[in-house]
Design a protein around this ligand. Structure first.
Ligand code: SF4
Length: 54
């Protein structure tokens, strides 16, 4: 894949259609980080809200 990635957004979720498959970055200009708990207490409570399955 030869899509220019965003050097400011590192990501290991290679199941996402926005992932740069070769280098571990996101290809979007901006992502939305979300939480799935009312009060986020650990990083496990947060998610990438821009994820889309391939
Ligand atoms: S949209 Fe989110 S999950 Fe998908 S590649 Fe970008 S940072 Fe990773």
């Amino acid at each position: 894949m030869n899509i220019k990635h965003n050097n400011s957004i590192g990501c290991t979720v290679n199941e996402c259609k926005f992932h740069d498959k070769t280098e571990g970055y996101c290809t979007l200009e901006k992502i939305q980080v979300t939480k799935h708990e009312t009060m986020a207490k650990t990083k496990q409570c947060t998610d990438c809200g821009s994820f889309e399955r391939e």
